[in-house]
Design a protein around this ligand. Structure first.
Ligand SMILES: Cc1ncc(COP(=O)(O)O)c(C=O)c1O
Length: 399
């Protein structure tokens, strides 16, 4: 019997990282602002901006830090209302609360994308900014979102934590809104354990974000971007100290060259498993939107015809018995992606019936790009086998 694939381990860090890590260990030069120029973090910022075709990049301690700094860089008034999808990770509304703003949750449909009817209805004169989480790498309709937001002059922050390498009509996700934020936490396309980066073409936003990330005194001079903007903000902004350190950049930089291959493999793996799952009437992987070219490192699918929560949980147990761990977002206790658990939001969370219904049957399985065909077949067989087992029981015994 083949063993279940390990879907949690990342790829090894490319050997190219070793010499630079040894140099940093030998010199102890870990702080990004010690070297007069070309510190690993500064080089990463230049390389990442070039890779994305953005003017500016700022590497920080996490994507959550990038989201927080983006909101602070926009200089929103205390209590400003920020639209956020109702299906995302708790760190996203948390970043909004951290920035002294009020998250306003929008419904998400059963294809995991923002419900544009609810979005348009909630984008009223009281909304100061929009934070679009491309949750699990699913891109919402960016044409419609940008048209609505541009018409009102509302800035859009893209939370592209899971979308490095995704394209929308040939444009890189994270470059469509005013600011794009990415994660280097281990379960993402590029793995530094922790880390994040934000990109923008706006000189004032990047200057403000750089200072607030912890470029105290004149450390901003080590960011070779429009220097005159920094003078404007000198001593006028708080320092939140969310900097990235050099070792993280040394781990990330050699992975940038691996990204295109990982994206291609991740998409091929996903589409292969999706094709197999979609052959059963009880599992449905929603297709991408027409403009979307995805970069998945996990797969989401909906249970179809599982009328009760008990049936859905029986499927989860049957998959587990076959060696595959499935998370049903709404049915695992205290899940950080279930909006009703975001009780830290001031005033509480509204009910979002569509999002709730989706979360109660939406399944999540990790599918890292390094998996090979036998791994994928194992996963698909386990999921399909689990479905048949539950459905046959239901047929035999009813619910
Ligand atoms: C959609 C989404 N946005 C943001 C984050 C936060 O990323 P980080 O862990 O780098 O803060 C996550 C974390 O997984 C996420 O899933």
């Amino acid at each position: 019997m083949p063993l279940p694939p390990n879907v949690y381990d990342a790829e090894p860090i490319p050997d190219g990282a070793r010499a630079e890590i040894d140099r940093l260990l030998a010199s102890g030069d870990l702080f990004r602002y010690t070297a007069p120029e070309n510190a690993p973090v500064a080089l990463l910022e230049r390389e990442f901006a070039d890779l994305m075709g953005a003017k500016y990049a700022l590497a920080v301690s996490s994507c959550s830090a990038a989201l927080f700094l983006s909101l602070r860089a926009l200089d929103l008034p205390r209590g400003a209302r920020v639209l956020v999808p109702g299906f995302t990770f708790a760190a996203v509304p948390s970043a909004v609360v951290h920035a002294d703003c009020q998250p306003v949750l929008v419904e998400v449909g059963e294809n995991y994308r923002i419900d544009m009817g609810d979005f348009a209805a909630k984008l009223d004169d009281n909304i100061a900014a929009v934070m679009i989480s491309h949750m699990r790498g699913h891109t919402s309709d960016m044409d419609a979102i940008m048209a609505l937001c541009d018409a009102r002059g509302v800035p859009v922050i893209e939370d592209a934590a899971h979308s490095l390498g995704t394209q929308w009509s040939g444009r890189k996700i994270g470059t469509i809104g005013k600011i794009g934020c990415f994660s280097f936490q281990s379960y993402k396309m590029i793995n530094a354990g922790e880390g994040g980066i934000l990109i923008t073409d706006d000189a004032d936003l990047i200057a403000r974000a750089i200072i607030m990330s912890g470029a105290y005194e004149h450390n901003w001079k080590k960011h070779p971007v429009l220097q005159d903007r920094f003078a404007t903000w000198q001593n006028r902004l708080p320092l939140y100290n969310m900097r990235m350190q050099n070792l993280s950049a040394a781990v990330i930089r050699p992975q940038l060259g691996e990204l295109a291959r990982r994206v291609q493999d991740g998409r091929a793996n996903h589409d292969y498993v999706a094709g197999l799952l979609n052959e059963t009437p009880w599992l449905h992987v929603p297709p991408p939107l027409a403009a979307e070219l995805r970069a998945p490192d996990s797969i989401q699918f909906n249970l179809m015809g599982f009328d009760s929560d008990a049936d859905a949980l029986a499927f989860q147990d049957a998959a587990s018995a076959r060696g595959i761990s499935v998370q049903i977002f709404g049915l695992s206790q205290d899940n950080a992606r279930a909006f009703w658990n975001w009780q830290f939001i001031p005033g509480g969370t509204p009910d979002l019936p569509r999002t709730r219904a989706m979360l109660m049957r939406a399944c999540d399985v990790r599918l890292p790009a390094r998996l090979q065909k036998p791994d994928l077949d194992f996963i698909a067989d386990a999921l399909i086998g689990a479905t048949f087992a539950v459905m046959e029981d239901l047929r035999a015994y009813g619910t």
